[in-house]
Write a protein that binds this ligand. Structure first.
Ligand SMILES: *Cc1c(COP(=O)(O)O)cnc(C)c1O
Length: 356
């Protein structure tokens, strides 16, 4: 099976399992798991923040960040296709009582003017009590829904300036910030510099089995720990999994260019397959998003039958993700299966169907 559903499907390598088996542990809820503390300090250091807190998932780090930054009734400004609103189970409304003010970005990326429009314009003639207060901007880099798109640094700086000018705090969903850095050479800390909080995942590109971290000022992280507990994230001898995350952070960050090259190699083939809609330049990191002329579910089922797993992300839309457990040979085999199954499926379709 060539599993291209997500970069979360990687298995821990032997050295990582050794590190986990031998990890020094304590009770994290009491603050005395030494491996968790080391992971948090190292993560904060890489991100240029005072502190970080380890949590079970990236959804939890994002939602704890939202809960820590906002009051019920607030508006949180973010892209309409962001993971926070589309893939975290409706949590902003359920757990923080906030409304997501959704910006229609261009593959996840929006402008400072779009932020200003989303925040709204105040005037002494209209009562300010009418509007839900916008108090937080959330930005996703790389953007998952946008096909692993990397934020251009100047655009990123501009949206943060626009948000700050209106008094908003800023959160960076950097589940794949490592990929942005691997693609551009811009250090993680530079991307994180002007944000009050940053989420990063160890279980995605880096290949750790479990966990994410939320970084920010010492005071922010202190308060975030309260909501981590409130959301049920107090985990005990978490050093066992933190050791895997720490191993991934120290040993796997430098490998991400290889995943990006493999995504590019698959994209190079996909653009030559009749019926596939893919813009080659849109494949910037490890995620490919493309469209097929037949129903996406039929295509995914057919490829699955041939040992290549991908995700349906729309009626005709497919997501494929490169990761540490995909070899160069796997890319070639996957490309062959995609070509053959599409040819078979589209041959069965009428011209009218095909045009749709
Ligand atoms: C995967 C992901 C998350 C968090 O995912 P978990 O599965 O909860 O760890 C957050 N943001 C983005 C952009 C993601 O891709």
């Amino acid at each position: 099976m060539i599993d291209l559903r997500s970069d979360t499907v990687t298995r821990p390598v032997a050295a990582m399992r050794d590190a986990m088996a031998n990890a020094a542990v304590g009770d994290d809820v009491y603050g005395d798991d030494p491996t968790v503390r080391r992971l948090e300090a190292r993560t904060a250091g890489i991100l240029g923040k005072e502190a970080a807190v380890y949590m079970p998932t990236g959804s939890m780090t994002n939602q704890v960040a939202i809960r820590t930054h906002t009051e019920p009734g607030d508006l949180v400004v973010m892209d309409a296709g962001s993971h926070v609103v589309r893939s975290e189970g409706g949590a902003p409304a359920a757990l923080s009582g906030v409304t997501a003010q959704r910006i229609l970005g261009e593959r996840g990326i929006f402008t400072a003017d779009q932020v200003r429009d989303a925040i709204g314009t105040s005037h002494h003639g209209s009562p300010s009590t009418l509007n839900p207060p916008a108090t937080l901007l959330s930005v996703e880099n790389t953007h998952n829904g946008g096909g692993g798109r990397v934020w251009p640094l100047d655009t990123l700086d501009e949206v943060v300036v626009a948000a700050r000018a209106a008094g908003l705090r800023c959160h960076l969903d950097g589940a794949r910030l490592w990929n942005a850095t691997a693609a551009t050479g811009v250090p993680e800390a530079r991307y994180a510099r002007d944000f009050d909080s940053v989420s990063v995942c160890f279980s995605k590109a880096l290949g750790a089995p479990v966990g994410s971290a939320l970084a920010g000022s010492a005071a922010f992280v202190q308060r975030a720990r309260r909501f981590k507990q409130l959301f049920g994230g107090g985990f005990r001898q978490a050093g066992i999994i933190a050791a895997g995350a720490l191993y991934a952070l120290e040993h796997h960050r430098g490998d991400l260019g290889r995943d990006h090259a493999r995504a590019g190699a698959l994209a190079d083939v996909l653009v030559t397959i009749p019926g596939v809609k893919l813009v080659r330049e849109h494949v910037e990191t490890n995620i490919l998003r493309f469209a097929v002329p037949c129903p996406a579910g039929d295509f995914v089922d057919a490829c699955m039958g041939r040992g290549v797993a991908m995700l349906v992300s729309g009626r005709h839309d497919i997501r494929a993700v490169m990761h540490r457990d995909v070899s160069e040979g796997d890319v070639e085999r996957a490309a062959g299966v995609i070509r053959e199954e599409l040819r078979r499926l589209t041959a069965k379709m009428s011209t009218v169907d095909y045009m749709m």
